[in-house]
Design a protein around this ligand. Sequence first.
Ligand SMILES: C[S@@+](CC[C@H](N)C(=O)[O-])C[C@H]1O[C@@H](n2cnc3c(N)ncnc32)[C@H](O)[C@@H]1O
Length: 210
Amino acid sequence: MQTLRDIRTFRPDVFKEPRGFIQPTFAQQNVVLEIGAGVGLHALTFARENPEKQIFAIERTAEKFQKFQCSHLSDSSPNLTPIHADAIPWVVHALPPESLQQVFILYPNPEPKNPAQRWFNMPFMQFLVSRMQPNATLTLASNIVEYLDEAERQLIHVWQLPYVRSNVTTERRTHFEIKYMARGEACGNIIVTKPEGYETPFDTYFRNAQ
Ligand SMILES: C[S@@+](CC[C@H](N)C(=O)[O-])C[C@H]1O[C@@H](n2cnc3c(N)ncnc32)[C@H](O)[C@@H]1O
């Protein structure tokens, strides 16, 4: 069982700006981030249904991002910014501390051969939490019970963050979720809340501070 002492400290300073990086401006407080947005179904729907929120949705794979961008061009929600980048350097360079109200990581790659690359096992997790406002939430969804079990263990023993785990019942948020639900596979959500007063080593760190 890991504890915080077993996780190496994240080094934001080693990450270069993503290619073509543009520092986003934040129109308001309701800033939402989706990591691994795929072809963007959830981001597009969320943006349409929540016009008062500003959503940044990041996808690393070029082919998926192109489909996402095409759908966005025809839909053109002004409160959605699709980003083609690796989420880690983008978050390091773009986001000030306590800037996010909500984070979504929906059906992440299970990384069967590389558990250290699963989001809740990565040192980056602590940096990501430092970008969340107090009481902000992070929603993780997966169809892999062991992935969610492991994420729960990390939340309890490493990150010491409160969460609620539930089954996906009526949601059909992403193409992966639609596929798994159609096959009758059980899918689950973990919703993590950042408590007031939660501290990380990155609480005052902002790479692009003026
Ligand atoms: C299994 S797919 C799920 C896509 C979508 N969320 C869905 O449920 O349909 C996981 C996605 O995360 C993206 N991804 C993985 N690591 C990433 C990273 N570091 N930054 C941005 N995207 C990433 C992959 O390219 C892939 O499209």
